[in-house]
Design a protein around this ligand. Sequence first.
Ligand code: NAD
Length: 501
Amino acid sequence: MKSVNHWINGARVDGDGRTSELFNPATGEVSGSVALASVADVDAAVAAASAAFPGWRDTSLVRRAHVLFRFRELVYAHRDEMAALISAEHGKVHSDALGEVSRGIEVVEFACGIPHLLKGGFSEGVSTQVDSYSIRQPLGVVAGITPFNFPAMVPMWMYPIAIACGNTFVLKPSEKDPSASLLMARLWQEAGLPDGVFNVVQGDKVAVDRLLEHPDVRGVSFVGSTPIARYVYETGSAHGKRVQALGGAKNHMLVLPDADLDLVADSAVSAGFGSAGERCMAISVVLAVEPVADELVRKIAERVEQLTIGPGDDPDSQMGPLVTRAHRDKVASYLDLAVEEGAKVVIDGRETAVRGGGTAAATPGFWLGPTLLDQVPAGSRVHVEEIFGPVLSVVRVESYEEGLELINGSEFGNGTAIFTNDGGAARRFQNEVEVGMIGINVPIPVPMAFYSFGGWKSSLFGDTHMHGTEGVHFYTQGKVVTSRWLDPSHGGVNLGFPTNK
Ligand code: NAD
């Protein structure tokens, strides 16, 4: 049985007794426990981060970049170990876990360019013998609060950039899959990061609330569900912090009748069922513009029937279990609801065979196979609510305009995709759709590290997206300096507002 604890000031630290169980989602068995931080544990981590801040802030940009380069190499060298930790606690298949590690590494690579990214502006002679320049400085101690679905990648959207900018960091990972965070902490230390610059507190609401209220925490980055994102944004802001809080999603794929339906079917299955649909950029609704729906549903169903469901550490598995029993039950409850709401169940994931077991419903572990629903009524709960599991809904529409209206009517605005061979339609879509990240014949349009990640509406509270230049902006504050040197002709006292001379 493993026991996962905190990492404070460069060392593993036991909690004060409160713990939560960890599970192997493929078997349903308890695999260990994770400490749940008390207020005192959080205070200790923030104190370590505060003490480390002056030294790290004053470490030169080039030396910070050296540490980041070494960290990048170490994460790459340990990527298999990291993926195995993720798979064992989250359930996703090993290749998928490796994928999230490599997308996280890309943010570290972006952050290695920090000497360039923090270059300010300089204007010589803005007034007679007066120069102006802008600089950006770190905030101080910043915190990251992260969800279960990407235990390596989502924290890596945050801390490489925060640390590169000269901040010190306290991570509060999901209590469902906390082990990757401790491996990250060890690798930071091996890379030469001074103790106290990166800290991890494991925990639940107690830890989150303390981070949101702590006077020495200057900024909070959050990723998780919409209700908690809203709470974190409102509470953190009320305590004077800079907050970016990314929330939930319900991502639609709009399929125009001229699209290549084989490409669409491959894309819908990949984006709907990868990681068992537990991705904030998963496609969960296909809007099929008639007359293609019958043919498209047939093509999607053919592909779903070929998928192999099994434990994440089995190299033949394409999709693993869900993260917890409670989450599996909640997702499965949408199948009965779909029938009540008038949808047609084309493939029932409870009946899917699990490798080495029976049907998903009868196999120990948190199993639900890929589920395909057709003729889901627009506006029904199955259509509009975030299910966050392997359930793909097809909603039939008559036109581009009807599809667009459904997307823009959603509470969420995280990701969307259009499939078409008509460039004009695609261009119109990118202009008219009210969503932050858009794919054109690309089903999961997760921006690269040098662009920024974030949605609209209830998918993001705050105004700054993560990583890329917006990440650098979030983790720094600006100063503008106006300077004049040894000008004897200063002109004496002048109470008027400064104007150019
Ligand atoms: P969650 O909101 O339950 O948990 C996220 C974090 O908040 C965890 O660290 C958790 O410990 C903490 N938390 C949970 N309840 C809390 C409470 N009452 N008070 C304070 N803190 C609390 O989310 P999850 O189930 O771990 O992750 C899945 C959700 O995250 C989905 O809604 C998904 O769409 C979303 N997500 C969004 C993005 C994005 O970029 N927009 C990315 C990944 C996941």
